[in-house]
Each structure stands twice: as C-alpha cells, then as structure tokens.
Design a protein around this ligand. Structure first.
Ligand code: GLU
Length: 302
C-alpha cells in the first residue's frame, strides 16, 4: 500500500501551531514510508474563509520545510462530486430532506434541556410522505439534507494513537445535516463531515491523522464511508497542544500562529524540532504505531 496522507486546514485564520504540528506528523509519516503528502483547503465556510489565510497557510508550510506533494485542492471547486454522492444517498433512502425551521429545532432543544436530556434532533422528518413534503415546499420552506444514523449501534475503530475507540450512535445527536438546499433547488456545498469523507475517498487517503478534537466526527465519518460502500482509512488522533492549565492553547496564552513565531525570530528548524518533541516520549513512541523517523536536523532524545 502506498501511504497517502493529508492536512485539511480551513482558511478561516492563519496557520495555527496545532495544524502545523498535524502537518509535521503527516509529512514525516509520508516521508518515512515513501508516501504522498496532500494539502486540501477546506473552504466550504464561505463567510469566514479568506484568500489571505490560504496564502498564510501555504507560506507557513513552506517556511517549515513541509513540501506538499499534491494540492492544494479546494473544496469549493468540488461541488459536482459532492452533489453526485449526496444524490446517491438520497436515491438509496440513506439521506432525506428535513424541512424543520430553526425555531422548531430550538423549541425541541429547549424541551430536551428542560428534561435534562442532551440536545439532539429527533429524526421527525425521516419518514415524510410525498404529500407532507409537498405541503412544506408549498409553504416555501427550504430543506436541508440529513443522513440517517441508525440507533442503537456501536461504531468501533482501532485508532493508530489511542487504540480501540468505541462510540455509540445514540450519542451522535440524531440524523445529521450533510448539506443545505439552495434557492434553485440544487444541493449546496456540503458540511464538513460529508465533504471530508468524499474528499478523502476521492484522494485515496490511506491514513487520516488529525487532532483528537475530531474523534466524535470520526464515528460519523465511518458511518458515511459505510453508506458510500467504501472502506474507511486508518485513523490516528493526536493529542492537542495544551496550555499549562491543561486547556486547549488559545490566543490568550500568547502566540498561536506559525507566522508569529517566525516574526519573533525563531528558526524553522528549532520550531519543527520543538513541535516534534511535544507529545513524544518513550511511552507514546512505544504505544503509538506511527513510527517517527529521525530526519536530519531534527533531534529526538529520550
Ligand atoms: N478542516 C478540518 C480542520 O481544520 C479538517 C479536519 C480533518 O483533518 O479532517 O480541523
């Protein structure tokens, strides 16, 4: 198997140190195995995505010396592929149109909170009749596409970093929105969880290595791979970079973007060396099936 890995940043901010570290691990893994390292720009959030951030991400990776073998690919240029995949799910009854209004969903969440239940969609539009659908359409409601999540069920995968992970589908929040429908009736740009699966499949990604804040997404994504008739890639979830208080590092802790470190005068070699050591120890190296190579210029001690 030829290793194909990627990073998939959203251009909603400058290259973050966490993304840079994820990029570094993916790049090292690709280089170690003679594989390919891809860059995909996840720009489906049109309001918050900016060209200047795309440029900042590209410049940051270059400064770090993490050469990209393929890409950048842009999700906004892949709408036809997403539309075809969504149509396939709709045709097979694995996805459906939901016409709920935001106020209705808010009322549902409110009543769940009052009963001390976790907020979730109650799948109420899963079995609409054609007449009900026509009535909602006549009211001028614009639907979203939801993917059916069967419950109860357990999703299990062997994480490359964390070992076996089990997730109950009852905890995924009900049938999930994968895309919105545009005013002209066409399927619009999909949401993250759907686009990422179609992309990783089309791009032949063999190992998805990313931050552990995506673990709950992975359970959803595995269900989507299954619905699309595909075998999921291997998944590895890296611990996040934390501040001394144990919370996710944020602007309040100081510099978070690669560019800020560059401006402070850090050398890229020193910066990558620090990142590769952060989260590495004899113990993690032993339990982790990602074996880090020792590229020249990087010092691994322990
Ligand atoms: N766009 C996602 C992020 O920036 C990508 C996550 C992934 O690697 O799947 O967190």
């Amino acid at each position: 198997m030829t290793v194909r890995v990627r990073i998939a940043p959203s251009p909603t901010g400058n290259l973050h140190i966490g993304t840079a570290r994820t990029a570094l691990f993916n790049w090292l893994y690709a280089r170690r195995h003679g594989g390919t390292f891809l860059l995909r720009i996840e720009d489906t959030d049109r309001e918050r995505s900016r060209e200047e951030y795309v440029q900042n991400i590209l410049a940051g990776l270059k400064w770090l010396g993490l050469a990209v073998d393929e890409g950048p690919f842009f999700q906004t240029q892949r709408l036809p592929q997403y539309q075809a995949a969504i149509q396939g799910l709709l045709d097979r009854g694995l996805a459906y149109f939901c016409y709920c209004r935001e106020e209705e969903l808010e009322a549902l969440r409110e009543s769940q909170r009052a009963q001390k239940l976790a907020p979730r969609y109650d799948n109420r539009h899963r079995h609409l009749t054609p007449a009900q659908r026509a009535a909602y359409e006549a009211e001028g409601r614009r639907p979203v596409v939801r993917f059916r999540i069967e419950e109860p069920r357990e999703v299990v995968w062997h994480d490359l970093v964390r070992g076996e992970i089990r997730w109950q589908t009852q905890d995924l929040g009900g049938d999930m929105v994968i895309a919105r429908i545009e005013a002209d009736g066409s399927v619009g740009l999909p949401l993250y969880n759907f686009a990422v699966v179609v992309d990783d499949l089309d791009m032949g990604i063999t190992h998805v290595v990313r931050g552990e804040d995506h673990i709950a997404n992975t359970a959803k994504q595995i269900l989507l791979y299954e619905a699309l008739g595909a075998t999921p890639p291997a998944f590895g979830h890296l611990p996040l970079i934390l501040n001394p208080q144990g919370a996710k590092i944020s602007k309040r802790d100081g510099a978070t973007s690669v560019d800020e470190f560059r401006q402070m005068g850090f050398l890229p070699q020193a910066f990558t060396n620090y990142m590769v050591l952060l989260g590495w120890s004899r113990r993690t190296a032993k339990s982790c099936s990602i074996s880090l190579p020792q590229p020249s210029g990087l010092i691994l001690t322990g």
